[in-house]
Design a protein around this ligand. Structure first.
Ligand SMILES: [Zn+2]
Length: 163
């Protein structure tokens, strides 16, 4: 998926699932991190390692669960963040890492990512094709993003804002 698609879908899905704009905002930091990390680690050779180690959900999810546990499984609350409470910082970190987990799930909707082994891409479906132009959203990606946004909006409106 394109970076734009990842950011829109991740923000809306986390917002729709939690009702928390702060959780959605922190998930944005992770929404494109696996791809950025891939570029940083492997640069020009990145095609060889595309969607492999950096797109293995296990370490991202394990770190997210560790942070959620430290946060007492709570949502980040703006007032607590301004007070600099420790729990809210763990919660923000947890949603940052969940952004990475969602990135991988989104990539699994238009290709394959690793499941049990980090260097073997074996998990995923081809719901839509990517555009051949880098950074351009294909018609399928736009449709996928639109459906995710509408479903998330329904969830967000249904539960109201958790500030
Ligand atoms: Zn990716």
């Amino acid at each position: 998926m394109t970076g734009r698609g990842h950011r829109i879908v991740t923000f809306m899905v986390v917002g729709g699932a939690t009702g928390s704009p702060l959780a959605a905002a922190f998930s944005l930091f992770g929404a494109t991190l696996p791809d950025s990390l891939e570029r940083t680690l492997w640069g020009r050779n990145r095609n060889r390692y595309h969607r492999r180690l950096t797109h293995w959900f296990v370490p991202w999810l394990a770190l997210a669960l560790f942070c959620f546990r430290r946060a007492g499984w709570g949502l980040p609350v703006a007032a607590a963040l301004l007070d600099g409470g420790e729990g809210v910082l763990w919660s923000c970190a947890a949603f940052w890492l969940m952004g990475c987990v969602l990135h991988i799930l989104e990539d699994a909707c238009c290709g394959t990512v690793p499941f049990l082994f980090p260097m073997r891409r074996t998990f995923g479906v081809h719901l839509f094709r990517m555009s051949s132009r880098i950074g351009e959203m294909s018609g399928g990606e736009v449709a996928f993003t639109l459906v995710a946004v509408l479903l998330s909006l329904a969830g967000w409106v249904g539960q109201g804002l958790a500030l």
